[in-house]
Design a protein around this ligand. Structure first.
Ligand code: ARG
Length: 595
């Protein structure tokens, strides 16, 4: 087992407050009360606002402050409450237990906040101070099938890209495809043998693994081919023009395959985001030279290695990052060192995200520590490994097909869309055939993506298509259905959701719960950007959809007795629809208007 030092704790980007989130609005008020009661030295103390069982929120700060000011927590709470001015916000402020301050928001404030949120085109999502954020995600390998792990980094990375962009950052997508290295000699020779326009070559666009396997089989069984393949790598590395032309063709065919998957999955990656391993090829020697000249890398057993403090294997043996192998070849790590340099020096990154499988954590930490030692990664540039956990099959092993071959991603997408079609045919036989055909892929793809986004990105989960595509439970289709149902309310009302702009008045308990959920949207999106956890948004949207469901059950909208109540409920429904649609969009999931 190899262990490395845990990465230095990095603080998130400054969290920006949302103008409507109750905790964000209350925090400065409690802060002011603490300052008034105990003096300026306590300015900026975290009020420790948490959800409460007995009120909307509870502030726990009195308990932590008690020691510092040398008083009983309950007395501290009383002093804070005495200095607290929240008459415009809260209908009750009570101290309970050892000194919790329980705050209940007034219907008047909730109504006003919801109405203001409805008038805000950003729905309370803050615009943060702009950072340059390269995001390394997807990164499949040329002439290889994308597997479920690539699917997950693609989906999680894309959601983070959308979210950070929405928060005001300049996201630079970096699709670090595996398009360089020794197997390319064999792949190029095979492509030359079969012809660039042959059916075999076309496999690269639809079933790249078969192409790869055929090349591999020839390499293993035909010594003359193996010799040619080895010679070809040398030519490729030397920049031989005809060889590069065939290599280009090979990568081009693979791009067709990647792009088919990206468009089927509704992912924002384009050819312009490709920044593969080959891009760094001409910088690898300089990387090695610089490390060697400065004594950061040393020759060990013929290889150029970086030995970093803290990286040890069995019996405390130091584990090196090998930057040049004894045969002169460069490795994956060398390329990643060049990647860090490029992102810092050329892209001027403030924060770099690597959305990559968890097993690559040690690799990344060694690369970063080496880059820090070389001065290529300054302390003010935050690097984060957004660790992606494995997707498992029903046997709880890494997802494979029954034959043991890697799962074909396009096959998974097709299967999900077929199941989605079945589900929608059963649930809505009354819908036009053309509409069902149009929405089935939105539901199928939404289901796959939501399954990746609704669990913490670093945990393992078992892929279960039937559950994922279900219209009930914490699924993508359930959220899509919740949004479609609101569209149908407006169709029945004969009005566009945008036209529902009446003031929102909170009276019933179910309205209150729904408004409380809605007001959290902005701070939830900000949290996703800071913590880099899309599942927080997924969980939020699920709770919001449930709150809407109870509201709709308990509070008649179109049949409300009073015109003002009806208009308020229509406005509340329209606001919920906007939040659901915007939230799903940040996850990269479409919201069909009918389903
Ligand atoms: N191509 C690699 C793989 O399939 C992932 C590359 C991730 N990005 C990086 N900068 N190392 O595992």
């Amino acid at each position: 087992l190899v262990t490395g030092p845990s990465p230095a704790a990095v603080s998130g980007s400054s969290r920006t407050v949302s103008p409507f989130a109750p905790a964000d609005v209350l925090a400065p008020r409690i802060g002011a009360a603490i300052e008034a009661a105990f003096g300026a030295e306590y300015a900026g103390v975290d009020p420790l606002l948490r959800p409460s069982q007995f009120a909307d929120l509870q502030a726990n700060v009195a308990l932590s402050l008690a020691k510092k000011v040398g008083a009983k927590p309950r007395d501290v709470a009383e002093k804070i409450v005495a200095a607290l001015d929240v008459s415009d916000l809260a209908s009750s402020v009570e101290i309970s237990g050892p000194g919790f301050i329980n705050l209940t928001l007034s219907p008047g404030w909730l109504s006003g906040a919801a109405t203001s949120m409805a008038g805000d085109e950003r729905l309370g999502v803050p615009r943060q101070e702009r950072q340059i954020v390269p995001i390394d995600y997807s990164a499949p390998n040329v002439a290889k099938e994308m597997h479920a792990g690539h699917l997950r980094t693609t989906v999680v990375g894309d959601s983070l890209a959308r979210t950070l962009e929405h928060l005001g950052h300049q996201v630079i997508r970096q699709n670090h495809i595996g398009d360089w290295g020794t197997p390319f000699g064999m792949l190029i020779e095979h492509l030359l043998d079969v012809g660039e326009t042959s059916d075999e070559a076309t496999l690269l666009e639809v079933d790249p693994n078969s192409f790869y396997q055929h090349a591999r089989e020839k390499f293993d069984s035909d010594p003359a081919f193996a010799d040619r393949a080895r010679g070809r790598v040398v030519k490729l590395q030397a920049g031989d023009a005809p060889t590069l032309a065939v290599w280009n063709r090979l990568v081009g065919l693979s791009k067709v395959y990647f792009n088919r998957i990206y468009s089927a999955l509704d992912v924002t990656l384009t050819d312009g985001d490709l920044a593969g391993e080959s891009m760094y090829n001409d910088q690898l020697q300089a990387v090695c030279d610089e490390l060697e000249d400065r004594g950061i890398a040393v020759i060990s057993d013929g290889a150029l290695c970086v030995f970093l403090p803290g990286y040890t294997g069995r019996e405390g043996k130091p584990v090196p990052l090998i930057v040049r192998k004894s045969d002169g070849g460069y490795g994956y790590g060398t390329t990643d060192l060049a990647t860090v340099k490029y992102r810092v020096q050329q892209l001027h990154a403030n924060r770099i995200l690597y959305v990559i499988g968890s097993p690559q954590s040690l690799h990344l930490n060694m690369v970063w520590d080496t880059a820090r030692a070389a001065g290529w990664l300054p302390d003010d540039v935050e690097v984060v490994h957004v660790q992606i956990g494995n997707v498992l099959g029903s046997d709880r092993k890494m997802l494979r097909t029954r034959s043991g071959n890697p799962l074909r991603l396009m096959g998974l997408v097709d299967e999900a869309n077929t199941v989605a079609r079945k589900v929608i045919d059963e649930a809505r036989p009354d819908l036009d055939e053309a509409i069902r055909a149009e929405i089935a892929p939105q539901i199928g793809v939404g289901a796959i993506k939501y399954a990746d986004l609704s669990v913490a990105h670093d945990t393992e989960y078992v892929l279960d298509l039937e559950r994922m595509v279900s219209l009930t439970g914490n699924t993508g289709p359930y959220l899509q259905y919740a949004a479609a149902r609101i569209h149908s309310i407006f169709r029945n009302a004969g009005m566009a959701p945008d036209a529902a702009t009446a003031p929102i008045v909170v009276a019933e308990a179910a309205e209150r719960d729904l408004v409380l959920a809605l007001l959290q949207f902005g701070s939830t999106v900000a949290l996703v950007g800071d913590a880099l956890e899309p599942h927080r948004l997924a969980g939020y949207l699920f709770e919001l959809a449930q709150a809407f469901s109870s509201f709709y059950e308990k509070c008649p909208v179109l049949k409300a007795d009073d015109a003002a109540v009806r208009d308020s409920r229509l406005a509340l429904s329209a606001l919920t629809l906007r939040v659901l649609t915007q939230g799903l969009e940040l996850l990269g999931i479409r919201s069909p208007e009918r389903m």
